[in-house]
Structures are given as structure tokens and as C-alpha cells.
Design a binder for this molecule. Structure first.
Ligand code: F6P
Length: 322
């Protein structure tokens, strides 16, 4: 292994820069040249590929976003388009590709390793959604979680002053982890996630019960993959007469300086990706489980039945918000 490339793809997440830094520095430490592909798969097609040095990743570990830029590139699903990208990798003599992103980004890497067996591919889970199999945590999840907590703590101040119910809509695509972990952390009355069927009438009764026992405010955490905050407010208004407000936190959840946990995770996973490439592994995603680094074949990662939603945390949240 003499030359590798690294790209960030899909929705960005805090800690992607720290992961790129780890990939670059560990590769150079092992005498491997590293190329950065700018703008994800789009940059691969456009040959936006440039050599990275040790200094290229200096002063990046603390920065949110991704200095390599990111893009969603649905065209990469087309075989002819992919061939252009593969030709560019060959042109630069790239033998290994590290893809940092979500499972859509992993699918592109899997196709490359199927269609061009001399290029090894490894995926690093970078998304705030925490929705990738084969790892307990994805890079960016912890930072997004802390951003939600900070925002909801502020919302609680005004919620208490006005004795209001707030419905907070958070990101996560089809995964309820951000809503679940944030809900527990802010003491939400109810968490509405795609993984658990929710009876809105029951939610309304909980809110009503809380008001009757003197609660100053209520927080309902809704995962975007289940319903919008507005839809939730409308449903609730059928059963309970409360002065509810909706806050959609939106893309603020994707920004900001990565937390210590995300920097450490990104550095460890980035280093492990280089270990795998040097061992000749391909078509695998790195991850962490019970604090131990591991890797899983892409095929297994794509199997939907392994989802890691923690029903114990969900139950605990219910028990703690009576
Ligand atoms: O996958 C990350 C994510 O932020 C999701 O939580 C959200 O549904 C989606 O990306 C938003 O995508 P975009 O930034 O393209 O609107």
C-alpha cells in the first residue's frame, strides 16, 4: 500500500475533520501517500483530487464541518458515472480509498471495490444520526446530542416562564437515537421515535397529568423520522388544551466544534481504517463496540435487522418522567 485517498460524503458531521486528520497522519507515519478527494463522490468524478501533507490537516481537529467539503451525489449510483470516478483513482495510482460518511456513502465504496478489485475500500461512520450498523456510535452524534441539550436547556427557561409545552423536532433521518438520548438528557416528558409506536392520546394524558401535579412546563422530543413537530402539535391539540410551541432545531445540530468524545472516536476510527488497509482488508466499515475497535463487512452493515436502538434507555426515560 503506497497511495490512498480519503473523502467525506453525505451530510457533514462534527469530527469529520478529526477523522481525516487521523487518516492522513497515520498513513504518512507509515510511509503511505495520501490524496484528498474534495466534495465527496462529486470530486471523484470531477478529478478534484489533491495530495495532502502533514500540514494540510494542521489546526483542523477542533473544527466542525469538513475541510474536504461534502456532497450528496446520487449520480454515483449510475455505473458509467462510477467508472469515471474509478478511472480518476487509477490515474492517480490510488490503491486504497477511505470514505467517511453514512451508509449511502458506504454503498458507493462497496460498488468501487466490486467493480475495481485492485482498489481496497474502508468506511468510517461519520453522521450525526447514529444509524450505522456495526458501531455503537458514529462520529458527530455526541456533538449533535450536546447541541440539542444546550438548545433545549435554553428553551426550558422560556417554557417554564410561560408554563408552556414545547415540542422539539430533532434530526436523525429514520433513526430515533438523537431524540432518545437528548430526551433522557433534558428530562423530556415523552420521546416520539420511529422505532416505537406512540399513542398521541397517551402523550396528551401524560402532559395533562403533569400540569395537574404542578409541573411548570413539558418537553416533547420528536424524531423527524417519525413525524414533524407541527404534526405532533396538531395531534396533541385534539386531546389536551395546552399552550404548545414547536421548535425545529434544524441544521444547527450538524455544526460546531466536535466534543472530546467525537474527537477521540474520530481519531481512533481514522487510525483503525489505516490499519485495515495495511492488512489488505477491503469493503469493510470500522466501528466501536463496548469501547473496542472492530470492523464489519459492508454487506453485514447494510442488513437492516441489526439496528441498535436501546429500548432500555427508552423505558428508563418513561420511568423517570412520571
Ligand atoms: O444524515 C444527516 C442529516 O442531517 C439528517 O439528520 C437529516 O435528515 C438530513 O441529513 C438533512 O439533509 P440535508 O442537509 O441534505 O437537508
Amino acid at each position: 500500500m503506497k497511495k490512498i485517498a480519503v473523502l467525506t460524503s453525505g451530510g457533514d458531521s462534527p469530527g469529520m475533520n478529526a477523522a481525516v486528520r487521523a487518516v492522513v497522519r497515520k498513513a504518512i507515519y507509515n510511509n503511505i501517500e495520501v490524496y484528498g478527494v474534495y466534495q465527496g463522490y462529486q470530486g471523484l468524478i470531477n478529478d478534484d483530487i489533491h495530495k495532502l501533507e502533514l500540514g494540510s490537516v494542521g489546526d483542523t481537529i477542533q473544527r466542525g464541518g469538513t475541510f474536504l467539503y461534502s456532497a450528496r451525489c446520487p449520480e454515483f449510483k449510475e455505473p458509467e458515472v462510477r467508472q469515471k470516478g474509478i478511472a480518476n483513482l487509477r490515474k492517480h495510482g490510488i490503491e486504497g480509498l477511505v470514505v467517511i460518511g453514512g451508509d449511502g456513502s458506504y454503498r458507493g465504496a462497496q460498488r468501487i471495490s466490486e467493480e475495481c478489485t485492485e482498489i481496497q475500500t474502508v468506511g468510517i461512520p461519520g453522521t450525526i444520526d447514529n444509524d450505522i450498523n456495526g458501531t455503537d456510535f458514529t462520529i458527530g452524534f455526541d456533538t449533535a446530542l450536546n447541541t440539542i441539550i444546550e438548545s433545549v436547556d435554553k428553551i426550558r427557561d422560556t417554557a417554564s416562564s410561560h408554563a408552556r409545552t414545547f415540542i422539539i423536532e430533532v434530526m436523525g433521518r429514520d433513526c430515533g437515537d438523537l431524540a432518545l438520548w437528548a430526551g433522557l438528557s433534558v428530562g423530556a416528558e415523552t420521546i416520539i421515535v420511529p422505532e416505537v409506536e406512540t399513542d398521541i392520546k397517551e402523550v396528551a394524558e401524560r402532559i395533562d397529568h403533569g400540569i395537574k401535579r404542578g409541573k411548570k412546563h413539558s418537553i416533547v422530543m420528536v424524531a423527524e423520522g417519525c413525524m414533524t413537530g407541527e404534526a405532533c402539535a396538531q395531534e396533541l391539540s385534539k386531546y389536551v388544551n395546552v399552550d404548545a410551541r414547536v421548535s425545529v432545531l434544524g441544521h444547527i445540530q450538524r455544526g460546531g466544534s466536535p466534543t472530546g468524545q467525537d474527537r477521540v472516536l474520530a481519531s481512533r476510527l481514522g487510525g483503525h481504517a489505516i490499519d485495515l488497509l495495511m492488512q489488505g482488508e477491503t469493503a469493510r466499515g470500522v466501528g466501536i463496540r463496548d469501547n473496542v475497535l472492530r470492523s464489519t463487512p459492508f454487506d453485514e452493515i447494510f442488513r437492516a435487522d441489526e439496528h441498535q436502538f436501546d429500548y432500555n434507555i427508552y423505558e428508563l426515560t418513561k420511568e423517570l418522567s412520571i
